[in-house]
Ligand binder design. Structure first.
Ligand code: HEC
Ligand code: HEC
Length: 151
């Protein structure tokens, strides 16, 4: 699990830094439609990011990815397709997350990516598609009641 979070953090961090700072230098694995993630991301890294999306939102790949309408070779995903609105939403969320980390959690303009992954998808989502702060209030509430009792 640590590996997943770490990979996503690094990738988000790289996106938040200048283009000159890039540690991903493997061969182009041939993804066709990456607009936000680094184009030369490795297959393993992309898998980690996608798995972390899945876990953070509590969804399956099909929540964001459409099936290929051509079923002559059986049913399979067309991962490059942008037919599902959730995919575009996820792109916006990726940009927002990278922006938050770079702008608010990197006061000393560090070039160390590991200091830049304060906010990840799971920070807000916690396994749900549409996180609302009020769903976390009961948790906060009970902690506050507990603390109040101690003092
Ligand atoms: C929350 C939405 C979301 C979920 C869930 C998700 N993906 Fe993605 N996926 C994206 C987005 C957004 C992109 C494009 C990123 C970009 O533009 O840089 C993408 C891109 C991809 C690509 C690259 C396609 C190409 O050629 O451009 C593959 C492969 C992929 N996803 C596989 C998966 C798999 C497998 C799963 C399930 C384990 C999965 N995704 C789950 C949002 C999602
Ligand atoms: C600062 C909090 C926050 C973070 C961080 C965040 N999200 Fe979200 N996300 C939300 C909220 C709130 C909603 C529901 C409101 C909306 O749809 O605009 C949402 C909605 C979405 C949706 C649409 C869900 C639907 O039902 O259609 C997708 C997809 C999504 N987020 C993906 C991501 C991914 C992927 C990441 C990490 C790269 C991420 N989010 C990080 C707060 C966040």
């Amino acid at each position: 699990m640590f590996r997943y979070i770490f990979t996503l953090g690094i990738i988000i961090a790289i996106m938040g830094l200048s283009a000159s700072f890039t540690t991903i230098t493997e061969d182009d694995p041939g993804f066709k439609n990456l607009k936000i993630l680094p184009k030369n991301i490795t297959e393993e890294q992309l898998d980690s990011v996608m798995d972390s999306f899945k876990a953070s939102l509590g969804v399956k790949c099909s929540f964001c990815h459409a099936m290929d309408p051509d079923t002559s070779k059986g049913r399979h995903f067309d991962f490059a397709s942008d037919a599902k609105p959730a995919k575009e939403k996820a792109r916006e969320m990726l940009q927002m997350t990278a922006y938050l980390n770079a702008t608010y959690f990197n006061p000393h303009q560090s070039t160390r990516p590991d200091t830049l992954n304060t906010v990840i998808c799971f920070t807000c989502h916690r396994g749900t598609k549409e996180p609302v702060a009020s769903s976390l209030f009961p948790q906060l509430d009970s902690i506050m009641v507990e603390q109040h009792r101690k003092h």
